[in-house]
Design a protein around this ligand. Structure first.
Ligand code: UD1
Length: 440
């Protein structure tokens, strides 16, 4: 599996150890630079397929999902030139010889974002066939909104034997689309297709996550006409000729929130360069109430535990600017050590509590009723052996391990690598006693 990734993303270093050991109880102190957002860079890379001209992305996070998507794009005939600068990883994509063929099943089933290839290839090539996408096992994660929207734009879409076949031989036509709920992926997929469709598309009840705005601003720099990004009503005047663009990926708000929790739970102090508090939405004030103090400085955000210590809070996840579901697991790890009780209700994904059993192994007191987890803070967590079940669960277990007494042993590290750029090294540079080894 590693060779197509290395061919497409030469910076990707296959993990040197399959087990993570954390000796907890050490305050994190130092500088942890926040990377470009995983959930922004994936749709941005796919956006480059819409034009035969060069698209350069800066501040690209070096994670496994980016490497997998790079391998997928390379098989489609998209050339990529990578450069590593002190300011981070950059990639220039050239899709002047795009072929909607040979989409590798093993790669598609590794990541949910591969479904965005449908909108891009339909718009650019008039056809696309790909296996049903994969990604985290955190819920049904249907693609019915994607399919209905693409059909509204004039495509035929058939799902047969685990494959999606889409075609629009005479091109796509703008349409008025209402999403049943503000799905991030469906909004992105339809933005891609609508940018190359003739005429005007409106997407009502669109997602308004910052990553959508980042994608719209890159597409607009390429020559698209997308207005309303950051609201629930997107208007796309499609069919304009597209050129190239140079775009800097926005910082990762989920990595930021995760590291802020890590600083607070270990009673340390982290400087988080590139972090932007306003991108956290409702999470900023909720984390502050829980005792995560965030101070903006010229060098970045300083995160530490507030003077009153960690306090239990109630959280309900929701579409942006609501509390991000991607921060739910890290916040739960934090709240295992807070004074009093907390309740976390997950409204976006129905199976996103798979970290709870693992946190319980470490001594957390958590009960679940339906979609709500009740967390009663404990004096201490104890190191244990646990398995990372999805990207954000992995981050939560790292946070808990950093706070626990004794040694925590984690496997399932592909999940950590999918979402985070060199997390082990960056944490070690802040004093964490963390190392990867081959065997548990
Ligand atoms: C994206 C993010 C993910 C984040 C999520 C919600 C990326 C690569 N991933 O995932 O990290 O947790 O947004 O912020 O950006 N749904 C349907 N039918 C559809 C589409 C969605 O039922 O056709 C449902 C999903 O099952 C889920 C909800 O809608 O329950 C929201 O999903 P969506 O916003 O689409 O999430 P993703 O784009 O998959």
């Amino acid at each position: 599996m590693n060779s197509p990734l290395l061919a497409a993303a030469p910076w990707w270093r296959p993990a040197t150890g399959r087990t993570l050991l954390i000796q907890g109880g050490v305050p994190l102190v130092g500088e942890y630079p926040i990377s470009g957002a995983k959930n922004a860079v994936l749709p941005l890379m796919v956006s480059a397929l819409l034009t035969p001209h060069l698209v350069t992305l800066r501040n690209v996070p070096g994670n496994l999902d980016v490497a997998v998507l790079a391998a997928l794009l390379q098989r489609l005939g998209c050339d990529m030139h990578w450069s590593a600068t002190p300011a981070g990883l950059s990639v220039t994509l050239c899709a002047d010889r795009l072929q909607p063929r040979d989409i590798a099943q093993d790669l598609v089933t590794r990541m949910r974002a591969s479904v965005l290839l449908l909108g891009a290839l339909l718009g650019r090539c008039g056809e696309a066939s790909l296996p049903m996408p994969g990604g985290d096992a955190i819920g049904l994660r249907g693609i019915d909104y994607h399919v209905a929207g693409l059909r509204a734009l004039g495509a035929t879409v058939e799902i047969d034997n685990g494959m999606i076949h889409a075609a629009a031989p005479s091109g796509l036509q703008g349409a008025d689309i209402v999403l049943p709920r503000p799905s991030v992926g469906a909004t992105e997929n339809l933005m891609l297709a609508a940018t190359l469709a003739g005429g005007r598309t409106t997407i009502r009840n669109a997602a308004c996550e910052p990553e959508i705005s980042d994608m719209a601003s890159c597409l607009n720099a390429m020559g698209a006409a997308i207005s309303g990004a950051g609201t629930h009503l997107l208007v796309i005047d499609g069919g304009r000729p597209l050129g190239g663009a140079v775009h800097t990926v926005l910082p990762d708000r989920i990595e930021f929130g995760t590291l802020a929790c890590a600083a607070a739970i270990t009673d340390g102090e982290l400087l988080l360069p590139h972090a932007r508090v306003e991108l956290l939405g409702a999470a900023a004030s909720l984390l502050a109430t829980a005792g995560v103090a965030l101070q903006e400085t010229d060098a970045g955000v300083v995160a530490r535990r507030g003077a009153d210590g960690l306090q239990g809070i109630d959280i309900t996840t929701g579409p942006y600017p609501g509390f991000a579901t991607d921060l739910q697991a890290p916040a739960m790890a934090l709240l295992t050590r807070a004074a009093g009780a907390s309740a976390i209700t997950e409204t976006i994904f129905e199976q996103r509590f798979r970290h709870i059993d693992e946190l319980r192994r470490m001594g957390a007191n958590i009960s679940v009723v339906g979609r709500t987890a009740v967390i009663r803070g404990v004096e201490r967590l104890s190191g244990a052996t646990a398995t990372c079940m999805d990207v954000r669960a992995a981050a939560a277990l790292v946070i808990a391990g950093l706070s626990a007494a004794g040694t925590t042993t984690l496997d399932g590290l592909d999940h950590l690598d999918r979402g985070y750029d060199r997390m082990t090294e960056k944490l070690a540079a802040c004093g964490a006693r963390i190392t990867r080894i081959e065997e548990g």
